[in-house]
Design a protein around this ligand. Structure first.
Ligand code: FA5
Length: 342
């Protein structure tokens, strides 16, 4: 039996030295040194031997065990070393190769303008307010002094979701929602950027989806002069310190009086050119003093509080600032266009 064990040890040692992977080596360890292996078998049969023979058999089997586990340890180290060496050779980096150029992303021009205008108004103490793009008819129209069948509803042809809900046609519903939350207590000073939707045919200056930024201030002692000063500062910030503004009478159901605001043409300085259609002025936004009905419906006392509001199209401002001739460039994701805005 002991002879058999010694022979087996020789075979096992040879197998261990020849093995090529760590998994196979582990299989051999289990096969020879495991509970069901030949050495354990010899140990089990020792009970029947004389004490002398048992001692001898014990020594031999321990020797075989040690030899095999030493052989396994040596082979394991050799295999691990070979694996690491192979891996290092495979992962060698050629530091002389030219590096891969990483493309840097940048803000979309519309988002960059929104961020710029937000930063400007935050500096003046405004809060940013947002609202849902699916709005109820009540907030989009009624509470803005546009009851059912009001002819001015045609000014903003709408996408209705059901009888009472639509994709908001302007950012003005955020005004009403914010005023309602203020529970008749001023001051309120907010800037509301967001996407809006209208059933306009897409062309070079119109899109069925576009962005607006709305501003609202409600407090005591607010006048048109505050509105004019604020918009003048905005225009100088956006288009340069030499720019002037002018206000022309207009109509919005939610402001009274209402105005359209023009900026002096930055292409010709006011002399008249193709950008300003020879007028020297470019229209940039609508504004006015918050209509007393809107204040009343939102829980504010119009005897005590006044306010001004303004709303501008982000695409229009961006087109004017950068001389973009077609609004559709903003939505087609053409990198040749987008990469020009650093
Ligand atoms: C309004 O939407 C008002 N809510 C603005 C306002 C707010 C007035 C607060 C007074 C007080 P208007 O319909 O004019 O106004 O739209 C505002 C701006 O949105 C326009 O000056 C224009 O720049 C932009 N705009 C309107 N329709 C489109 C369109 N189809 N595509 C791109 N921009 C548009």
């Amino acid at each position: 039996m002991l002879e058999q064990l010694k022979e087996l040890a020789q075979v096992a040692e040879a197998e261990i030295k020849a093995v090529g992977t760590l998994d196979e080596l582990n299989d051999l360890r289990v096969k020879y040194l495991g509970k069901k292996g030949p050495i354990q078998e010899v140990m089990k049969n020792m009970k029947s031997l004389t004490p002398e023979a048992r001692k001898h058999a014990g020594q031999i089997s321990n020797e075989v065990k040690r030899t095999l586990s030493d052989a396994i340890t040596v082979q394991k180290e050799a295999l691990e070393l070979a694996e690491i060496t192979k891996q290092l050779a495979e992962e060698t980096i050629d530091v002389t190769l030219p590096g891969k150029k990483t493309m840097r992303g940048r803000l979309h021009p519309l988002n960059a303008i929104v961020a710029d205008i937000e930063a400007f108004f935050i500096g003046l103490g405004y809060h940013i307010a947002e609202g849902a793009e699916v709005e109820s008819d009540r907030y989009n129209f009624e509470l803005l002094n546009l009851p059912q069948d009001h002819p001015a509803r045609d000014m903003q042809d709408s996408f209705y979701i059901d009888v009472h809900h639509l994709l908001r046609t302007h950012t003005s519903p955020i005004q009403v929602r914010t005023l309602e939350k203020a529970c008749g207590q001023g001051p309120v000073k907010i800037l509301c950027p967001g996407k809006v939707y209208r059933r306009d045919d897409d062309d070079a200056t119109h899109s069925h989806q576009f962005m607006q930024i709305e501003g609202l201030v409600v407090d005591t002692h607010i006048t048109m002069a505050d509105l004019k000063g604020t918009l003048e500062a905005l225009v100088k910030h956006l288009f340069g310190p030499e720019r002037e503004i002018r206000m022309r009478p207009s109509f919005f159901p939610f402001t009274e009086p209402s105005v359209e605001v023009d900026v002096s043409c930055f292409a010709c300085g006011g002399d008249g050119c193709s950008v300003c259609k020879q007028t020297g002025w470019i229209e940039i936004l609508g504004a006015g003093m918050v209509h007393p009905n809107v204040l009343k419906m939102s829980g504010f006392d119009p005897e005590m509080y006044q306010g001004f509001a303004f709303g501008m199209g982000v695409e229009r401002i961006t087109m004017l600032k950068y001389g973009v001739e077609d609004i559709r460039h903003f939505y087609t994701n053409d990198l040749r266009f987008l990469e020009q805005f650093k």
